[in-house]
Each structure stands twice: as structure tokens, then as C-alpha cells.
Ligand binder design. Sequence first.
Ligand code: HEM
Length: 225
Amino acid sequence: MKFPEAQRRAHEEIDNIVGDSRLPTFDDEEALPFIRAAVKEVLRIRPVTKIGAPHYTTADVVYKDYVIPKNTVVSLCHYAIHYDTKKWDNPNDFDPSRYLDYPLKAGAYAAAADPNERDHFDFGAGRRICPGMHLAENSLFITLASILWLFEIKPPLDQNGVEQELDVSDEAYEEGANTLPKPYEIRFVPINQERVKILQKAWAEAQRDGFHLGNVQVDIEGVVR
Ligand code: HEM
């Protein structure tokens, strides 16, 4: 919502590849490089943990001019790495296109010997790296693709129906080790009625199959087009 050009490109890609008649699937992933890149960019710009998981050294370590004594707590500063201008231009901008040259999964880049080849460090590093990264990245892909297939994400409206600025700066986040936004409002406006009907059908099937889906309602009158 804050970076409408990125959202426009994502919608364009989904419209071309998926169309109106079905939800995105995992088989679409190769044909949706911008969405796949957007997942990596989400993880870069707002890493889920700010300082990763603390570890400690089991022996004295010398790294360049630094001596890190045995039993020192060390952790990755994800934000410092992800906003390093030596690697990323304009790191404050949400720009998925910076990842279009990274077509592989996080696991492939995590296996690289040179840390400079990593896509991002959201899942940590080393032998205790997140083993859930494959599930996490795939889940983010299908969730982001599905949300963008169905909705345009727009700013909140004030009482007079005027669009409001939404603060996404550091101030809009809770303090603490995780990147947790303070409560906020945005609007999810369905793209069109055809897609809403497909969602409603999928929803009914999931309920019939016994999934507990909560109480979400979609207003099919207020569609984008
Ligand atoms: C976006 C989602 C996720 C993020 C950003 C994330 C991030 C992380 C990070 C930063 C660590 C610490 C790595 C380190 O010590 O350097 C970690 C550890 C771990 N994660 Fe995840 N994780 C995610 C999802 C998952 C999922 C879905 C699972 C399980 C299905 C999972 C299971 C684990 C486990 C078991 C560890 C501990 C590994 C160990 O200490 O050997 N994570 N994760």
C-alpha cells in the first residue's frame, strides 16, 4: 500500500498469469517472479527478528581486528545487514525488483559459501539456521499471491471518506526483539466480483471439509473494477 508501484506490478503479473477464473497455486510460482521476489523483499525490509537468535562462542575467536572471547553472546543484527548500502541501493524502499536476479529459494542461498551471495539473513545463519525456512518461504509465496490476486490494498479512510497517511516508519512498531507492528487499519478492496465468487466457493469447500476459518466477511459491492 505504501509502495503502489510495487503493488501495481504485482497485480499486473497475477492478472497476466492467473487471470480471473482460479486462485494462484504453487505451480504458478515460476511464472510469478515478481511475487516470489516480493516475498524476499518483505523479509529483507522488515526482518521478523531484529537481532536473530542469541548464540555464544565456545572458544576465543579472532575476526579481522576483533577478538571475541570465549562465552561471548553474539547475534546477527538483521537490520544492519539488510540495510547495508554496500549491498542494497535505497534500502528504505520496498522494491521487489532488487530480487529478480535471485530466482532460487532461501535455502539455496543459505548454502552458499560466500555470505555476500545470500538473498537475506531473515532465517539466520550457520548450523542453527532456521530449518523452517522452506515451509515459511513457500507459505509466504502462496499467501501473498492469494491476497494480491483477490485484493487491492488501500490506505484507511477518515470519517469524511478521505484516504489517510499510514505510518510505517520505525515508530509504527512495538519495542522488543521481534518486528511487530502496532495495531493499524488498512483496506482490502476486492479486485472484482468474479474473484470474490471463487473465494466464496473455496471458502465453502474448506468449511465443508472441516477447516475452522474464523469469521471473515468480504463486501462484494465495493470492488475495484
Ligand atoms: C518467516 C518465518 C520465519 C522466520 C523469519 C524464522 C527465523 C528464524 C531465525 C532467525 C532463527 C534463528 C537462527 C539462528 O540461530 O541463526 C530460527 C530458528 C528456528 N526456526 Fe525459524 N523462522 C521462521 C519460520 C519457521 C517455521 C515455519 C518453522 C517450523 C516449521 C521454524 C522452525 C525453527 C526452529 C526449529 C529453529 C531453531 C533451530 C536451531 O536452533 O537449530 N521457523 N528461525
